[in-house]
Write a new protein. Sequence first.
Length: 248
Amino acid sequence: MFSLKDKVALVTGASQGIGRATAIALAKAGAKVAVAARNADKLASLVGEIEAAGGEALAVPMDVADAAQIKNGFQQLLAKFGKLDILVNNAAVTRDTLALRMKLEDWDAVLRTNLTGAHLCIQQALGAMLRQRSGRIINLTSVVAETGNAGQANYVASKAGLIGLTRAIAVEVASRSITVNAIAPGFIETPMTDPLPQDLKEKMKSLIPLGHFGKDRDIAAAVVFLSSDEAGYITGHVLDVNGGMRMG
């Protein structure tokens, strides 16, 4: 089950954390994986790790806030592998502050990467997927898109927008056997959460019924499932992977 043999995937934000774990998990499931991010050195290291384990990977340096880089990155992918079966929109940034103090450039930067970047990647992916009449698009949103969070109006808006984008595109492309879903992680141990003060981490854990943070591999496993043939009758769905901190 959940074999991705002969599939081709692209993961954005793949240089660390959830994106890195996702790329490795997709490769282990049999997919050829293009890994995209701004940090070329980290991408090269990831490609080396995947290839050392017997997989096939391609580094695609890309800033998803730049439409030209996105277009060029997808051209590299298609030139190398000839098709695209799975797109994972994971790239994201934060610029946190209270809404009253938020600068327009901080609002724009987060929306441009987290939401507009995903939209532009979907546009590029659909060209290939519509021709082959199949595909999987998976957008990484967040539990805070569903609950709200003080000091993150830009981030929450971008991640909530991804849920709406997921459902809109799901309706548009369903007739071509392309599924579009989102995954909403809860608090996950990543380089983004590592610097948080210990007392804040303990407070956050108290909100989680399972009593601990998730691992990046928990999200990666959900991506592999939604990428598989077994998930072919699921579309327009938001899969919560949050240890029970939000149910329903």
